[in-house]
Design a protein around this ligand. Structure first.
Ligand SMILES: [Zn+2]
Length: 231
């Protein structure tokens, strides 16, 4: 008992040491790095404010995981999520698509263009899979697991299951769209899901960051700091 106060004092002085034990990364964990592409970074076609700031954290996270998947938004020219495909519409307008409401975006991440390439500073050479999404000209795909109709699978669930992955850590762009939808679908598929919040940045259209946080809370998805992970 005499040691108890000293131990409590130790935890107060080094709270990160206590937190780290909660997320020890192992064989059944995967890091999902969402859309760290030029068009989502400053000067890109659909720039996420300070999107490039995630790079050092994402690269460091990559070193902690044996299993890493990179996603790449990868649209054909004239994709129906582009405002330019709808005369009279502007980016951030919301229209009704057969699968539900769809936010319209500037043309971005067109297949094979420099904007669709990964940011040059993304350095996770051991990533085992690059998953491209948004290929159907008529359906957007925020989530890495399902297109925006939320019924057409990308195949990622099967890949993760076959690889024995049980827990997914999410990082990348943007927190309130592709990271959010990926987290929701991964929970729906039965994975444990954790969002590494300081490795994400958001767009924030019409309260979308607050909505994302509310969704994570409702699903029991923790939002943590990268520093709390340990290999
Ligand atoms: Zn897109």
């Amino acid at each position: 008992m005499r040691n108890a106060p000293a131990e409590a004092d130790q935890n107060t002085k080094h709270p990160e040491a206590k937190l780290a034990a909660s997320y020890v990364i192992g064989y059944h964990d995967a890091l999902l790095v969402v859309d760290v592409q030029n068009d989502f970074c400053p000067d890109g076609a659909l720039a996420v404010a300070r999107g490039d700031e995630v790079l050092p954290t994402v690269n460091q996270l990559g070193k902690t995981f044996r299993n890493v998947v990179l996603t790449q938004d990868w649209h054909p020219a004239g994709h129906l999520s582009f405002a330019s495909a709808h005369p009279g519409r502007a980016p951030h307008d919301v229209i009704a698509m057969p699968y539900g409401p769809q936010v319209l975006w500037p043309d971005h991440c067109v297949q094979g263009t420099p904007g669709a390439a990964f940011h040059r500073d993304l350095q996770i050479p051991h990533a085992g899979l690059v998953l491209r999404k948004g290929l159907d000209p008529a359906i957007d795909s925020y989530s890495a697991l399902y297109e925006n109709d939320r019924t057409t699978p990308t195949g990622l669930t099967g890949y993760l299951r076959e690889r024995g992955i049980r827990r997914l850590f999410l990082a990348g762009l943007a927190l309130d769209f592709c990271v959010r939808y990926s987290a929701e679908d991964a929970v729906r598929e039965g994975f444990a899901v954790v969002v590494v919040e300081d490795a994400c940045r958001g767009i924030d259209v019409q309260g979308s960051i607050a909505a994302a946080r509310a969704s994570f809370a409702a699903l029991g998805v923790p939002c943590i700091a990268a520093a709390t992970l340990a290999a």
